[in-house]
Design a protein around this ligand. Structure first.
Ligand code: ZN
Ligand code: ZN
Length: 259
């Protein structure tokens, strides 16, 4: 199977069972690794606000069985598991697995919502602060900030629009390292009107999300090289990744046992 050299095939936005994803961290690494195509992925589980109403509703629906959010207390364990799985994924698949978190603000009926990925995060970042403060903390940690689905607008009752960063781009653009121009099946064409740095991600929550928008990046397969390439945003491609089964709704993807 051909790769995409000299470009790296990357997905910087993936959820696992540490928040609201369907698969364990190991299963995610095996799923991407077993394609034989991917070079870099980032695990970016949600950090929610203390009083996130959607998470509270979700906990009720699942009778408290799921959490949906990383906590400050569990954060070191989360990073340690990513590090351990990253070592295994590199050895088995040559897959670089990066730590991240999606700092998620879901105010109902508010224009202040933003979802911001901290890529290369080292310490817990609270979602209970302004977008400006979150972006400054990401920079302090020398991580990369990704403005997630910045033009997502919805009128569905229990879905959240996340346009705050885009609507305040003039003030905040200095602090945003890259903007998600494409997320899963959506292409945010309005972003093409501005000269900002862009990438594309799957926002993976379940196996069929593997087939979605991705980023091609010309960089070395190390965190610092990828960080520099994301910020300079030279030699970047937005790519719609599809395997033979991309539209086979009747044939769900499974991870082969790889213990
Ligand atoms: Zn999000
Ligand atoms: Zn997400």
């Amino acid at each position: 199977m051909p790769g995409y050299g000299p470009f790296l095939l990357c997905d910087f936005h993936i959820h696992t069972r540490w928040s609201d994803g369907q698969l364990t961290l190991r299963d995610v690494c095996d799923l991407y690794g077993q394609t034989g195509h991917f070079d870099v992925i980032a695990i970016t589980d949600h950090i929610l606000m203390e009083r996130d109403l959607l998470a509270q509703a979700g906990r009720l629906l699942t009778l408290g069985g799921r959490h949906f959010s990383l906590t400050a207390a569990a954060f070191p364990e989360y990073l340690a598991e990513i590090e351990a799985e990253a070592a295994r994924a590199m050895e088995r698949y040559g897959l670089l697995v990066l730590p991240g978190a999606e700092i998620t603000q879901n105010h109902l009926r508010s224009k202040k919502n933003s979802h911001i990925i901290a890529l290369g995060v080292r310490e817990y970042i609270s979602a209970d602060q302004s977008a400006d403060a979150i972006l400054r903390e990401i920079r302090r940690q020398e991580a990369v900030s990704i403005a997630c689905h910045p033009h997502h607008r919805t009128r569905m009752r229990l879905e959240i629009s996340t346009c705050y960063l885009w609507e305040h781009r003039k003030e905040l653009a200095e602090l945003v390292d890259v903007w998600e121009a494409a997320n899963r099946d959506d292409l945010f064409s309005v972003t093409s009107l501005k000269h900002y740095p862009y990438i594309a991600n799957s926002d993976f929550h379940k196996p069929r999300h593997l087939y979605s928008w991705k980023t091609l990046l010309r960089a070395g397969k190390t965190w610092t090289s990828i960080r520099d390439a994301l910020r300079s945003n030279v030699d970047v491609g937005l790519m719609l990744y599809r395997g033979a089964a991309w539209n086979a709704a009747a044939a769900p993807l499974t991870v082969e046992a790889a213990s």
